[in-house]
Ligand binder design. Sequence first.
Ligand code: PGA
Length: 248
Amino acid sequence: MRKKIIAGNWKMNLTLDKATKLTKDLEAQSIPQETEVVTFVPSIYLLPCLSLSKQSKIGVQNFYHEKEGAYTGEVSAYQIDSTGAKWVLTGHSERRQYFGETNEDVNKKNLSAIALDLTVVYCIGETWEQREKDQHFKIIETQISEGLKGISASQMKSIVLAYEPVWAIGTGKTASPEQAQEIHAFIREIVAKIYDKNIADDVSILYGGSCKPGNAKEIFSNADVDGGLIGGASLVASDFIEIVKAIS
Ligand code: PGA
């Protein structure tokens, strides 16, 4: 049985006082046992948020693939692991778009985090232009095959995939439930092709892109949608909790 997961992605938002308040507000709610709730915080807030989190998990949004060394300004999966945090986000389209991350870069990150048994939420998704040219299936297939290169079948238990159509991120446009289901089913097919059907059945696939309390239930009602990666709405505790409830 695959896990239901709601993940928040704060991106580069909030000051320390607001970040800790949001974590406390979330912790004050009761989170249904069968749902995994994780918040990807700016890494500078990792420790305070981690120390406040009992029911929910805290992860970081970015890291460098090398273990340690002369890489000024970077943090590694190894350092994240040493704090007790167990979740990382990779492949987000904003990292691809603004920081030039390629599938190959993301693959290195995935391998370094997986080697430490961290849970990786690996984001994939097409731009509007790619969809219009009918390239989206190919783009997604390549993101999966290149991003997961070298990850063994047994390591797949630590991989969560997040389908985030770039055109739906922060735009207020959401993929329709049919569009989401079509791509999620396709993603599962690709995972079955690379690994096998059991692994494909077990991998959680989250939807991300303008997911809000008002549309979450409809998106989550699709057979292959196992949760959400939530940006804007994760910054408001009451909205985020409503989305958590929508999957439960
Ligand atoms: P959004 O962001 O919910 O604000 O569209 C989602 C994401 O980028 O993870």
